[in-house]
Structures are given as C-alpha cells and as structure tokens.
Design a protein around this ligand. Structure first.
Ligand code: GLU
Length: 304
C-alpha cells in the first residue's frame, strides 16, 4: 500500500475544510493556536513512517493523554480499576456533571473528564512523583526523550479548571477520589498539556497497535487482554459524544483531544495520527474526523 500517496491525496482534498470548525477557546492558551494547520503521520509496525503537512509541529495532546494515564494505571491495577470507573459510552459532553449523581460518583468511562480524573487520582496513589512518571512513560512509548509539558497551557488550564474541580470534589464526596483535589487537578492539567507532534503520537501509539508490546524497548507494557480492553474503550468512548459516529465513519479505535489531535490505529498494522485545531461541535477535530474516514475508505482496511 502506498501510504505516502494516500495521505498526500487526502491532505490536498481535505484542506478545503479549513474554516468550517472552531479552535477550542475554553482554555485561553488553546484559543491562541493558529487554526489553519493540518498534519498527518502514519507509522507502521514494520517501521515505515510517512507524513504530510504540519506533522512535526507540536500541539497540546489534551484528552489523548487519557490513553497514556489509563495504560499506566491498568498495568498496575488490572481489573481492580473497573470498580471505580465504568465502560459505557456516556452520550454526554466530555465535561458533563449530569450522570455522576445518578451513578453515585462512578464515571461512565475513563475518557470523559470525570473518569480520567479517577484514573489520574489512582496514578497519583501509585507514583510518588506522578508528573515525572507520566512524562517518562510517554517518552518511553514514543522512543523519544524530547517530550515535555507545555507549562503555559498547563497554567492556563489550571486557572480555568472550575468544572474539573467541581467534578473532582463531587466524586470525592462519594469516596471515589482519594488524593487532594487541588493536587489532582494540577497533575491532570499537566498531563493534558503534554506537547507532541503527529509523528511523536504515531510512535507513542505503536504499543497499542502491537498488543501491548513497546516496539522500541521490547517491554510488554500491557497484557494482550489489557491492550484489547484499551482498544475497545477507544472504539466505543474515544470521541466524546461522537464516538459512535467516529466508529461508523473510520472503523478504528482512537482518541481525540480538544487541541485538535486524533490518534487511531489498525491493530497489528499501523498507527495514523492527524492534527488540525479547528473542532466540530462535539469537540473533535473536524479535519481529523474527515481524514480518518477517508483513510480507511481509501486503503480498504479498518478493524471490520
Ligand atoms: N484538558 C481538557 C479538560 O479537561 C481535556 C479536554 C479534552 O481534550 O477533551 O477540559
């Protein structure tokens, strides 16, 4: 398959979608990002890499980081985690509070903010220096030590974290948050502010496409069964309240973030990442969604 040609053609066609979405503006530092940027990277398990456009420009991975924190916690806690977080799509926006009261402080899934906060809270109980542990983990799965937090974005989100603070306090009232809420929000805002490019992310997701095995250092990060579960959660819950539509259009497990990034993969085969900061009304990269749909259609391959 000539992936270079496939992504080159998609890039030229989908560029015309510029101007139809809107850059996230609920965190001031994200609102400053130049909207008309677009990159695609493909990384195969066999070691081939392809890219087009702004694939080496770093951006804020935001909710894509929830996959890394979940992998870190899953490998230590295993199925224990599922006592505190559900596995159902929520059908609600990423930062919604409404289901939590009915469901006694147990978030629907680990990718809505409430669920991700529980995961980060467990991570804080597992590691003495959670911020260092997260960045070291991402560096190791990416095979690249040059990955950092964007301190300005972390600070900006921290200053506008009222809703995440509310979610965390609310869950703490049900006993589902164990650590100090202010510290939890600080760690969470940092993990969202990891700065990576499409090329970095396409490498960092390889272990998921590779049944949990990190191809860079041959470390089995997740068991085959845990990798299956993470993939299933991405397929069903990875795109906020548009997860069903993403599965329908692209047919891949993946995760998006409000920074405009999307990372998805074909198990046993490849990772594809897209970045374009203009979002659709569900908070997913408008160009990212379109690109992924065209990619699996053009190559005639998905998980189905
Ligand atoms: N840092 C964001 C928040 O919690 C993550 C949002 C996202 O990418 O979905 O509000």
């Amino acid at each position: 398959m000539d992936y270079e040609q496939v992504i080159g053609k998609i890039y030229e066609e989908v560029k015309s979608f510029w101007g139809q979405g809107k850059v996230a503006d609920y965190i001031p530092a994200l609102a400053e990002v130049e909207p008309r940027q677009y990159g695609i990277a493909v990384q195969t398990l066999k070691g081939q890499a392809y890219q087009v456009g702004d694939a080496e420009t770093r951006f804020s991975v935001q909710s894509i980081s929830k996959v890394f924190s979940l992998a870190m916690v899953t490998r230590h806690l295993g199925d224990e985690l599922w006592k505190s977080v559900g596995r159902e799509p929520s059908g609600n926006p990423f930062n919604s509070l409404v289901q939590l009261e009915h469901e006694q402080g147990i978030p629907r899934n680990p990718f809505i903010n409430a669920g991700a906060l529980v995961v980060t809270d467990r991570l804080m109980s597992l590691y003495n220096r959670p911020k260092d542990a997260i960045i070291e983990f991402v560096r190791s799965v990416c095979g690249n030590d040059d990955i950092y937090y964007d301190k300005q974005i972390a600070q900006s989100e921290r200053e506008h974290a009222e809703r995440n603070l509310a979610l965390a306090h609310f869950m703490k009232s049900f006993g589902n948050i164990k650590n100090d809420v202010e510290t939890l929000i600080d760690v969470y805002c940092h993990q969202c502010a990891i700065s990576m490019s499409c090329v970095d992310l396409s490498r960092a997701f390889l272990f998921l496409a590779n049944r949990g095995l990190n191809p860079f250092n041959r470390e089995q990060i997740l068991t085959v069964s845990q990798a299956k579960r993470l993939g299933a959660l991405m397929l069903t819950c990875g795109f906020y309240d548009e997860s069903g539509d993403f599965a329908f259009r692209a047919g891949l497990p993946g995760k998006s973030g409000v920074g405009g990034g999307v990372a998805a993969y074909i198990p046993g085969n490849l990772v594809i990442t897209v970045w374009s900061p203009e979002l659709n009304r569900h908070g997913n990269s408008l160009i990212g969604m379109e690109t992924l749909e065209r990619f699996t259609t053009d190559i005639g391959n998905s998980i189905f």
